[in-house]
Design a protein around this ligand. Structure first.
Ligand SMILES: C=CC1=C(C)c2cc3[nH]c(cc4nc(cc5[nH]c(cc1n2)c(C)c5CCC(=O)O)C(CCC(=O)O)=C4C)c(C)c3C=C
Ligand code: FE2
Ligand code: FE2
Length: 349
């Protein structure tokens, strides 16, 4: 690989804008052989596991990967659809819908692509393709409502690292977070109301976010604060009184303390405190994935029932819902503002 990626000297289509949607990534198949390289890439990211590689790599390769790959693959198998991984399916669909909607308004000037931070399609390949098509301005949209170094920042890192190899770099903007965006909160509230209307309403709403180690908050990561702000805004939008909603953090990994309260403990506590019918939403995931469909809708439900609960209804992620697409388009157009008008207008026709 050359130090710099040189583009050909002929002029291309003038100044297009590229929108790159990025989500976490997923294995190619629900098998140990496919989960292993995915987990290796994911858990070797120093933004995700903040232990010096010298200590961590032997543990990861000698212990974690051999033990976890098979177990994780079985979990993936339980949620794998006819379209493969739900996370990939929904992300691809979101990109297609964004492309269609933005295309109607700015088709001449915009290109839309999606990529995964770990696995395929890679950020490097998607970025190269956008620049090959003539995009001289790129908007990066990490699909994480709440900013975390382990998600948003590492997606940006991967884009910056690829651009570091370019001779002729595009201009770049990044969407930092949208945890308190009115359109996003409205889309979540609508998702809950629709669920209440069609599936019935539980006595209590649990809002479960993916956890991160507690020390990341102490070191300045705004993730904890932003999750609390999202939860408060959603409870307010739904008019939920105090005592009828709870915030918790799921998916703990490793031995260090993570953000509390833990979702697993909270499910048991709620059941023991007499809640019989529980609704659960995971506002930090804009696409359904292993962590929602398996950890909450299957495992979490079982834990709640075992502790005395009667029903746990999982409220699907925003996926391809109308209001979420509206909100996403609005977020993108707001970020693109100075680029689209009047500059885009002069290229458009
Ligand atoms: C939504 C935000 C996410 C944050 C923050 C996050 C932090 C984080 N995750 C791990 C470890 C694992 N996460 C895994 C799956 C997974 N994580 C997210 C999102 C966030 N992670 C998603 C969307 C998914 C699902 C992917 C899919 O294919 O559906 C996994 C893999 C599955 C497993 O083996 O359990 C691990 C491992 C850490 C350590 C971390 C913060 C430090
Ligand atoms: Fe995760
Ligand atoms: Fe998990």
């Amino acid at each position: 690989m050359p130090r710099f990626i040189d583009s050909s000297p002929e002029p291309r289509e003038p100044s297009l804008i590229g929108v790159l949607l990025v989500n976490l990534g997923t294995p190619q198949a629900p098998t140990a052989a496919a989960v292993r390289p995915y987990l290796r890439q994911f858990l070797s990211d120093p933004r995700v596991v903040e232990i010096p590689a010298l200590f961590w790599q032997p543990i990861l390769r000698g212990l974690i990967l051999p033990l976890r790959s098979g177990a994780s693959a079985r979990k993936y198998a339980s949620i794998w659809g006819k379209d493969g991984s739900p996370l990939r399916h929904w992300t691809e669909k979101q990109a297609k819908l964004v492309k269609g909607r933005l295309g109607m308004r700015h088709g001449q000037t915009l290109r839309v692509a999606y990529a995964m931070r770990y696995g395929e399609p890679s950020i490097a390949a998607a970025l190269d393709a956008l620049c090959e098509q003539g995009c001289e301005r790129i908007l990066l949209v990490p699909l994480y409502p709440q900013y975390a170094a382990s998600t948003t920042a590492t997606a940006c890192d991967a884009v910056f690292a690829r651009l570091a190899r370019y001779r002729n770099q595009p201009a770049l903007r990044t969407l930092r977070s949208f945890h308190d965006d009115a359109g996003y909160i409205d889309a979540l509230a609508q998702q809950v109301r629709q669920h209440w209307q069609h599936e019935g309403r539980g006595e209590h709403l649990l809002m479960s976010f993916h956890g991160v180690p507690r020390f990341t908050w102490e070191k300045g990561d705004p993730y904890y604060l932003q999750c609390r702000q999202t939860a408060a805004a959603l409870a307010q939008a739904l008019g939920l009184p105090e005592g009828h909603h709870t915030l918790a953090f799921q998916s703990r990994f490793g031995r260090t303390e993570w953000l509390q309260p833990y979702t697993a403990d909270t499910l048991v506590k709620l059941a023991r405190s007499g809640v019989r019918e529980l609704d659960v939403i995971c506002p930090g995931f804009v696409a359904d994935c292993l962590e929602t469909l398996e950890e909450i809708a299957l495992e979490g439900k079982q834990a709640f029932l075992n502790a005395g609960g009667r029903t746990l209804r999982y409220i699907p992620a925003l996926n391809d819902s109308e209001r979420w697409l509206d909100a996403l388009i609005q977020l993108i157009e707001r970020e693109l503002a100075g680029w689209l008008t009047p500059a885009a207008a002069s290229h458009g026709s």
